[in-house]
Design a protein around this ligand. Structure first.
Ligand SMILES: [Mg+2]
Length: 486
């Protein structure tokens, strides 16, 4: 293959269709692929769904005695992104890089002044594990509602006599209640077309894997009735050979309680599909059966496969990916839905990124030059104090010659830094007006990006991107190249 052929293959796929590799993965060695349901196999119409969750939870706040004015709070699909951290004690939302540097912070809906941000978070180290991570799409509407209530408290002191943490605890309770009492679920199930997007590529993507000899299983925390309704809407009737969604999967596991599923030792219960009732299960797995609870080790035993022969596909970095890789050594694929939009925008900004890179190179040369000049000035100053007046005079003259040059470089650097800063901020704002890219903080990797690269063997914007690759594909990582190799 020539370089030209290689380039043609490489450019065939758009970046939003590609699968990116952190750790080499040979799909030929994978015997089973497990899928999470929500936001992995089932794609939500996020704006409609999150608005519903937001509104239902506001109703619960008011019913619990919070001020009725909260009714005026509106869901805003553009305020937050995933990967942010929430400081529940202070009512703040943070964007953090991989070194735990807080680059951006909001108190409710108000940006936190720079000094306060530095004082609270950057002057000494803080424990990211004490903060809440906005990992799931479900958390977006939850955290936005928290920000709105914090904002209300800032503008109406004394009206809610609770701490921010207490408000968050109430919020969690109200959301759980909205899920448990059906206020969200029943609305979705009554009009799935409004809340769920059907992807015509899903059925052929799954079939391609089945035909290559892999077993597929579904592993979701959702309940059986919700799972059955959503999966039926998503997959039923899309293929003559597989009229029911159940036929795609050799095992359907609901109420799994991930990430506890990967660490615990819960037994499986068999679900009676008609009634949803649970029956004690003693094994072995029967085809076309549905199971509740369980744990990863028992699943491997029932399926007769090792951890590294399973690829698990999910959208939740913590619930689906971190524990499955760490504890049971499953191979992992993370679905990062936002990448589809971000990569399209970033493709348009490719030239701008090249210009930023060029300016960074110029800056490196200028900085090096300035450092040389400055150290020369310092050395001459020190030497001139050593007593020999003739030599001192010569050295001072040298300093006089060098200083304007150094000042010139300083000015150039200042202007260049301002330009680079403006260009980076422009790029960030194009992706998201407040928080910028999901995977970046300025040009540094975000905390979210660090987690993705540590735990997801591969990642992509949609499950259906698997269809662009052979089911026996050997994904190679280029991450093993160290800075000194280049
Ligand atoms: Mg999910």
């Amino acid at each position: 293959m020539t370089q030209g052929d290689l380039n043609a293959v490489k450019t065939k796929l758009k970046r939003s269709q590609k699968i990116f590799v952190n750790r080499s993965l040979n799909m030929g060695r994978i015997k089973a692929i497990g899928f999470d349901m929500d936001h992995t196999l089932v794609t939500y119409n996020r704006e409609a769904f999150e608005a519903l969750a937001f509104t239902e939870t506001v109703k619960k706040f008011i019913a619990a005695g919070y001020p009725p004015e909260l009714e005026r709070l509106k869901f805003d699909p553009n305020f937050l992104i995933r990967g942010l951290l929430v400081d529940m004690d202070r009512g703040n939302i943070l964007k953090v890089d991989g070194h735990k540097y807080v680059k951006l912070a909001f108190h409710g809906r108000m940006p936190l002044p720079r000094d306060e941000r530095h004082r609270l978070y950057n002057s000494e180290s803080f424990k990211a594990s004490n903060l809440l991570s906005v990992d799931t799409f479900f958390a977006l509407s939850e955290v936005q509602l928290f920000a709105e209530v914090v904002d209300y408290m800032a503008h109406n002191p004394g009206k809610i006599g609770k701490s921010f943490r207490e408000v968050y605890q109430d919020l969690r309770r109200f959301i759980d209640l909205s899920h448990a009492d059906g206020s969200i679920k029943n609305v979705v199930l009554s009009d799935p077309a409004r809340y769920i997007k059907r992807d015509k590529h899903l059925a052929p993507t799954l079939r391609q894997q089945i035909e290559s000899g892999k077993d597929l299983f579904l592993l979701t925390n959702s309940s059986w009735d919700y799972t059955n309704a959503l999966m039926a809407y998503t997959l039923d009737g899309l293929s003559d050979d597989f009229p029911s969604w159940r036929q795609y999967f050799s095992a359907v596991l609901v109420g799994a309680g991930k990430p506890g599923f990967f660490t615990g030792s819960q037994p499986f219960y068999e679900v009676l599909p008609e009634t949803g009732l649970l029956k004690i299960f003693n094994g072995p797995f029967a085809s076309n059966s549905v199971y509740h609870g369980g744990n990863a080790k028992l699943l491997q035993k029932q399926m007769g496969i090792r951890g590294d022969e399973i690829l698990f596909v999910g959208d939740h970095i913590y619930g689906d990916i971190i524990r499955s890789k760490d504890i049971v050594n499953w191979r992992t694929m993370l679905v990062v839905e936002e990448l589809a939009q971000e990569l399209a925008k970033l493709d348009e900004l490719k030239e701008a990124l090249e210009r930023i890179k060029q300016k960074l190179e110029i800056r490196e040369v200028l900085e090096e030059e300035l450092q040389l000049l400055s150290s020369k000035i310092k050395i001459n100053e020190r030497q001139s104090l050593k007593g020999d007046p003739k030599k001192a005079q010569y050295l001072l003259k040298e300093i006089e010659k060098i200083t304007p040059k150094a000042n010139e470089r300083k000015d150039e650097l200042r202007t260049l830094n301002d330009e680079i800063k403006a260009m980076i901020s422009e790029r960030e704002k194009t992706v998201h007006p407040i928080w910028g890219e999901l995977m970046k903080v300025s040009l540094e990797r975000s905390r979210f990006a660090d987690q993705v690269s540590d735990y997801a063997c591969i990642y992509t914007s949609s499950v259906t991107n698997l269809r662009f690759y052979s089911p026996f594909k050997q994904f190679f990582s280029t991450h093993d190249i160290l800075p000194h190799d280049l």
